[in-house]
Every structure is written in structure tokens, then in C-alpha cells.
Design a protein. Structure first.
Lengths: 395, 289
């Protein structure tokens, strides 16, 4: 082939390409952006609960041809960045995704604090955000029309715990909580609920995040001999409290620790025998429903690790809701928001409907480790197993 | 009685671990004025090595400590050669060494952390080892904490003995007291510096390995220990290894008793309160000359 012909062919190709471009543009992928912690302290929760679900969802939707927009299937392109567990990076990343990259949709960051920081941006640029790891009345009270919180609010979870305690005649409790917005919100809710139900709080102690030794506090609580020990804790202190309560031989009838108990790693590290009877924040397990079982199996097949028994399912439910809303309302974000706000959705954790920012359908739940599974034990109509009470002595 | 014993022991156990972390940093800083802010990252590396070897081959974690120390020591030689050698050689004064090594340390911190993220991800890792309560004189402890404490104190004392009674220990102490004087009497900094730097990392690795027996590990676990180590070495005196040991114990005890009688939330206030009090009374630390 002569050089001239070659250039001619190339030009012709370019011309055809330019003509074809508008047609191709319609099939360009849907861009979905998010910032999430891949490094730093938040990454522990974010990489168990959240990002694996984002990736698995996009893969699954793309394998089925894509996300249905106006009857046409389009592939999803995820644009995920590492926020380095840094609040400023979170805000800057979302500002860039929304204002300059102009992605079609966003997925939320991990954690109450980061979501709280991004909420104003979501409203300003009009991006609906279905958050699986943000909880707190403060967030709901902002009345941000673009923010939807999937997790049960602290008062629901703590009410459920207090109801369980009343049902099992637990009359006294000691509470320790982490000195963060999360711990304070949970404690305020628990205190109100226990007061209303006549459960006496014998001792309350707070501790800073990153604490390495709680034995002195636990010893003092042991001396008061409460029926229940409740730790409104984050993962590292959940492990610490469990280990040290066992070490000092403190055997309350009810032992509850908040975040981290639902992680499979909690059972694996502490051993199933040790955590037998430990209660905590959970919502589901593979026995909850066939849909939940299907999700569990796909997660294990994809990631070679189990999802956690609390907010992983909320993360997946949020993606289910988003998918449904896009199928119904297209990529007009205002319409997506309105659709989410006005409808009820079927998800792996049951029906979900929002009033304002709050998920008002999912009830408060108490879960408990039994034979290596985090069983739902309260409320009775959702229970996957009867509660083990009083908790067996530490093994 | 049992109660006081438990409280004191709880403080000493925490303090023992603080001491090992701090001694490693103090060796580097005291001898070479290298402010290795990535010290905690090498501790984390030691924790991951221990976890990996223990969970893959089922070796007793204590038996792994010499291997972890050796691996981190060799790594220390490499890091010294590529990162700190030029700084030590070309800097016109010790202040410049401090400033430049601080920057290099920051870089190393990100590098090491992210290598571990790439290799093992952000998940919490860990294993259950000796997680059984034992009872001594009416006080109850977790067996792993006691074992870790014993090992930490033994390692610290061994190091103190090495510094006291061996030729190389004498050289290190001479170098700490007077770098110029030591060079005048024929002590070779070209040999001593990499050795001591490697030794510092080996201690960090051992501390990490010990911590992995008690706590869960993650790539971001190191930073808080760097900060604690800085408090301890300032408390005990820059360049004083014995001071770091005592400083670690003091900090552990203050935290344990303070947390019991006030609130755990005041832990940071207590730690820094002790530091400020010591600095007011003895601005160069408790055991500096």
C-alpha cells in the first residue's frame, strides 16, 4: 500500500469515526463517582462494609448488560478515589466529582462524619445520596432532601436493646462508650430508653478512640456487679473490651458491644467459642431471607470473605434502591430523588421507605453470636434464633 | 490488695510495650539525631510479618521474634544506606540532620504504609494467641499480655546489658556522649550508624510482633505508637536508653491509675500532663546528663 493511500484511509476512518460519534455517545457508560477510605483508620470499616459492595454491584450490573436507562442498557463506570480517611479530601473529592467531572451519580463515603461533611454538597449540586454507614438524629434533623440514611437510627437500635432487656428481666446495666459523635448519640438514645423502661444505669464511662487498655474501667464496673455490660464501641475497642472482660473474669448476664461485633473477623480473631453469646449491632444474616442468602453467597464467591452482618446489607440495599430509581426515573437526578422519597422498595433487608432522610421501615434489631453465626434474636418476628440468655460464662 | 496489684500491673504491661517502641526510636535519635517519624510503620511491618508467619506456618509467635528482628535489622541497613546515609554525611550540623531526616521519615511513612495496603489491604488482621486468663496472687490477667510484658522487659534489659558491657555498646555510648570525641579515639561511624539504625528498626519490629499477639493489626496501627514513643523518649531523656524504659513504665502507670480515678477520656490530658510536668522540672528529661 502506498503512503498516500494509507493517509487517505486514515482520513476516511477519522471522518467516519466523527460521523459515528454521536451514535456512540448514547452508549457511553454511566459514570458513578465516590470517594472512600482505602487507607487510614476508616478503611477498616469502609473496606469491609462498603466498597466491596460498590464494585460487586457494578460488575454484576455490567455482566447483565448494564443499567437500564429509558429502556436502554448502559454500562456502569465507577470512578472511585481514596479519601485517605481525611475529611478535607472527602469534601474536595466530591466537589470535584460533582462540579467539575460532572459524574452522572455519586455513591456515599464511609462513616457518619464523612457523610455529614458531604451532605451540603449533595444538596448544592443535586446528587441523591443513599448512605449505608451514616447514623444519627443530627443528620436526619438537617432535613437535607438529597440525603437518605439507610441504617436504623440510634434510638431504634437502642430501644430494641432496652426492650430485650425488659423482656429478659435485666434490671441493671453499666455502659462504656467511645468519645465520638457515634458513641454519644447511641448513649443518649440508650439512656433515654432505659430510663423510660426502668432499667437502672449503675455506671457510665467514656473513653477516647484508640484506647489500648480498659481493664481499670472494667474492674471498677465488675465490682458493681451489673446485670448487663454495654459497650457503645468502635471495632478496636470492641475487641479490647471483649478480651479484657474475659481476662478479668467478669461474666455479666448480658454483654453487648456495638460496632465490629457484626464483622466475621470478630468471630475469627476472638474464636467462636469466646464470642458465644456476645450481642451487638446487627441486622441480618444468611438465614434472614433467600435474597439475603443469595447476596451472602455472591459476596463470598467474589471476595473470598464474608460480608459483615450489619451495614454490608444496608450498602447493598442502597444500591438496589438506586438501581430501581434509575430504571424508573432515568438519569435526571431530581427525578431520582423524588422517586426515592415517594416510593417503597424491596431490598435484601426487607421493605424500605423513607420519611424525610430516615428509613422508617427497618426496625431496631439485636443480634447475638451463636455457634459462629450472628443470629438476629430481637424483635421476635425477625429472629433467626432464640436468644441465649443469660450469656454463657466466658469460655 | 489484688485490686491495686492488678491496676499497677495493667500500667506496667502497657508501659513495657511503650518502652520497647521508644528505645528503638531513642537509639536512632540519640546516636545519630535521625528523627525517624516512620518508626511506627516499621513496628506495623513487624506485626504483619509475625501475623503472616504465624498464620501461614503455625510457628509460635515468640519463636518468630528473632527472625522478625533479623529481617527488620537487614531492612534497616538498606533503608539507612538509601535514605539516611547521604543526610548523615552531607549535613553541616545536627539540626540539619534532624530536619532532613524528619522529611525523609514522612516519605517512608507513606511508602511503607501503602506497600502494606497493596499487599494485604485495609482489613483488620490478627490471630488468637494465649487468650486465656491466668490468676496470680488474686489478680487476673490475660496470659498473652503477661508473656508480652515479660518478653518486652527482657529484651529491654538485654539491650541495656549489651550497651553496658560490650565493646560495641561502649562505642555506642561514647558516640552518644560526644560524637567528635568518639571519632577521635577511632570509633568508625560508617559501621556504627547503620548498625544502630538497623538495631532501632529491629526493636520496632519486635514491638510490633509483640503487639500483634494482643491487639488486632492494620496498616494504620503504627502512627499512634510513634507519638507515644516521642513522649516517652522526651520524658526519659533523649539518648538515655534506661530513661526510655523507666519513662515507658511511668507513662503506663499514670495512664492506668489516671484512667481508673478520673476518666479514660482524660488519657491524653494525663499523658501530656506528665510530659509537661517533667519538662518543667527537668527540661532535658528525667535521666539525661
Amino acid at each position: 500500500m502506498k503512503l498516500g493511500t494509507r493517509i487517505g484511509t486514515a482520513l476516511l476512518g477519522a471522518l467516519l469515526g466523527a460521523l459515528a460519534a454521536p451514535a456512540l455517545a448514547q452508549d457511553k457508560p454511566i459514570t458513578i463517582g465516590y470517594a472512600i477510605a482505602r487507607t487510614g483508620p476508616w478503611s477498616i470499616g469502609a473496606q469491609v462494609t462498603q466498597e466491596p459492595n460498590y464494585i460487586m454491584w457494578a460488575e454484576q450490573v455490567n455482566a447483565a448488560g448494564g443499567l437500564s436507562v429509558g429502556g436502554k442498557k448502559r454500562k456502569i463506570e465507577l470512578i472511585g478515589v481514596d479519601d485517605r480517611s481525611n475529611m478535607e479530601t472527602v469534601v474536595r473529592s466530591y466537589e470535584k466529582l460533582m462540579a467539575s467531572d460532572k459524574v452522572d451519580l455519586v455513591l456515599p463515603p464511609w462513616g457518619t462524619g464523612a457523610n455529614f461533611a458531604v451532605m451540603p454538597l449533595a444538596q448544592k449540586h443535586g446528587y441523591p445520596m443513599l448512605s449505608p454507614t451514616a447514623t444519627g438524629r443530627k443528620l436526619v434533623a438537617m432535613k437535607n432532601p438529597y440525603f437518605f440514611a439507610l441504617l436504623q437510627q440510634p434510638d431504634r437500635m437502642m430501644d430494641a436493646l432496652a426492650e430485650f432487656m425488659v423482656a429478659r428481666k435485666v434490671r441493671t446495666a453499666a455502659v462504656i462508650h467511645v468519645d465520638e459523635l457515634f458513641g454519644l448519640e447511641q448513649f443518649t438514645a440508650l439512656e433515654a430508653s432505659m430510663k423510660a423502661k426502668g432499667i437502672q444505669i449503675l455506671e457510665v464511662k467514656s473513653y477516647p478512640i484508640g484506647v489500648k487498655d480498659l481493664a481499670p474501667v472494667l474492674k471498677a464496673i465488675q465490682a458493681k456487679n451489673p446485670d448487663a455490660l454495654i459497650a457503645l464501641s468502635y471495632p478496636p475497642d470492641t475487641f479490647l473490651t471483649t478480651g479484657q472482660t474475659k481476662a478479668i473474669g467478669f461474666n455479666p448476664a448480658l454483654f453487648y458491644a456495638a460496632v465490629g461485633t457484626a464483622f466475621p473477623f470478630y468471630r475469627d480473631k476472638m474464636t467462636a467459642a469466646t464470642v458465644e453469646g456476645v450481642m451487638g449491632l446487627g441486622t441480618w444474616n444468611p438465614k434472614t431471607s433467600a435474597a439475603a442468602k443469595g447476596y451472602f453467597d455472591r459476596h463470598v464467591a467474589r471476595w473470598k470473605k464474608e460480608p459483615d452482618r450489619w451495614a454490608s446489607a444496608h450498602a447493598w440495599a442502597g444500591l438496589q434502591i438506586l438501581q430501581k430509581a434509575v430504571e424508573k426515573a432515568g438519569l435526571d437526578r431530581k427525578k431520582i430523588r423524588d422517586y426515592i422519597a415517594a416510593n417503597e422498595f424491596d431490598t435484601i433487608i426487607g421493605k424500605i421507605r423513607f420519611r424525610g432522610s430516615e428509613n422508617v421501615s427497618t426496625p431496631g434489631v439485636v443480634s447475638q453470636w451463636q455457634n459462629g453465626e450472628f443470629e438476629v434474636v430481637w424483635p421476635p418476628n425477625l429472629a433467626t434464633s432464640p436468644a441465649l440468655h443469660p450469656k454463657p460464662r466466658w469460655n | 490488695m489484688g485490686f491495686w496489684l492488678e491496676l499497677a500491673a495493667s500500667g506496667l504491661i502497657t508501659g513495657g510495650i511503650y518502652a520497647v517502641v521508644a528505645i528503638g526510636l531513642n537509639l536512632q535519635y540519640g546516636l545519630m539525631r535521625i528523627m525517624n517519624i516512620s518508626h511506627g510503620e516499621f513496628l506495623m511491618l513487624g506485626a504483619y510479618l509475625t501475623w503472616l508467619a504465624h498464620t501461614t506456618f503455625g510457628v509460635n509467635p515468640f519463636a518468630l521474634m528473632p527472625a522478625v528482628a533479623a529481617a527488620l535489622f537487614l531492612l534497616g541497613l538498606v533503608v539507612y544506606r538509601f535514605c539516611f546515609y547521604r543526610i548523615a554525611r552531607t549535613a553541616p550540623s545536627v539540626e540539619v540532620i534532624e530536619a532532613r531526616s524528619l522529611l525523609v521519615g514522612f516519605g517512608l511513612m507513606f511508602l511503607v504504609q501503602n506497600v502494606v495496603y497493596l499487599a494485604w489491604g485495609a482489613d483488620l488482621r490478627g490471630y488468637s494467641y494465649l487468650a486465656e486468663p491466668v490468676e496470680i496472687a488474686g489478680a487476673r490477667f490475660m496470659a498473652n499480655r503477661l508473656a508480652v510484658f515479660a518478653f518486652a522487659v527482657a529484651a529491654s534489659l538485654l539491650l541495656l546489658a549489651l550497651l553496658r558491657w560490650t565493646m560495641i555498646g561502649k562505642a555506642v555510648r561514647a558516640m552518644m556522649q560526644s560524637p567528635t570525641g568518639a571519632q577521635l579515639v577511632g570509633i568508625d561511624t560508617g559501621v556504627l550508624h547503620p548498625l544502630v539504625f538497623g538495631g532501632g528498626l529491629a526493636l520496632a519490629g519486635v514491638a510490633g510482633g509483640l503487639l500483634s499477639m494482643v491487639y488486632e493489626i492494620s496498616p494504620s496501627m503504627g502512627e499512634p505508637y510513634t507519638i507515644t514513643a516521642l513522649i516517652v523518649i522526651t520524658l526519659g531523656g533523649l539518648g538515655s536508653v534506661g530513661g526510655s524504659l523507666i519513662g515507658g513504665f511511668i507513662l503506663g502507670l499514670v495512664e492506668a491509675f489516671g484512667m481508673h480515678f478520673t476518666s479514660p477520656s482524660l488519657k491524653m490530658v494525663l499523658s501530656y500532663g506528665v510530659l509537661v510536668a517533667v519538662l518543667l522540672a527537668r527540661p532535658r528529661g528525667l535521666f539525661s546528663r
